[in-house]
Design a protein. Structure first.
Length: 168
């Protein structure tokens, strides 16, 4: 699981850099490759990083609309670049991802952990609030699933609303 967390971290950094450098799709391959080499040296399989970045951007218009809907007091261009791209990545996994691979609560927890690591003081709470709202609007998929395959890492516990225990 640590490899998936590292992959998400690299994907978020690549999305951040793509956004910060003017959203030039022609430089995306270069950005991803550079970030994998810099932040994941020796990473054997970078396909998860590539899939996350490309699929997040492929669905960006729908993702951005969800951010605007669920955080109306924060226009998208006023959300910090870090928080905006953590939300994009988290929403991609939450809304468009494969629940068998990444259960919704795991997607939320991973985004919160990225926000705590890379964002500002209130980033974790902000990301948790937006993703929690989306999760509830989706009808809380897999809410009652306690099967071994869907518990996540065990380090990131969530309550019935999908909120991280650490984020409370």
């Amino acid at each position: 699981m640590a490899n998936r967390h590292l992959s998400r971290s690299i994907a978020m950094q690549s999305l951040y850099e793509w956004d910060f450098r003017g959203r030039d799709d022609n430089k995306l391959d270069e950005i991803i490759e550079k970030d994998i080499n810099e932040f994941g040296p020796g990473m054997e399989d970078s396909s998860f990083v590539n899939d996350l970045v490309r699929n997040t951007l492929k669905n960006r218009n729908q993702i951005d609309k969800l951010i605007e809907k669920c955080a109306p007091e924060w226009p998208l261009d006023q959300v910090t670049v870090v928080d905006r791209n953590i939300l994009r990545l988290g929403i991609y996994e939450l809304v468009f991802g494969n629940y068998e691979e990444v259960p919704p609560k795991v997607a939320i927890n991973e985004a919160i952990e990225l926000a705590k690591s890379f964002g500002g003081e209130s980033s974790g709470r902000f990301v948790n609030g937006v993703l929690g709202t989306i999760y509830r609007e989706l009808g809380e998929p897999m809410k009652d699933d306690t099967s071994k395959n869907h518990k996540g890492s065990g380090d990131n516990k969530t309550d019935e609303n999908g909120k991280s225990e650490e984020a409370k």
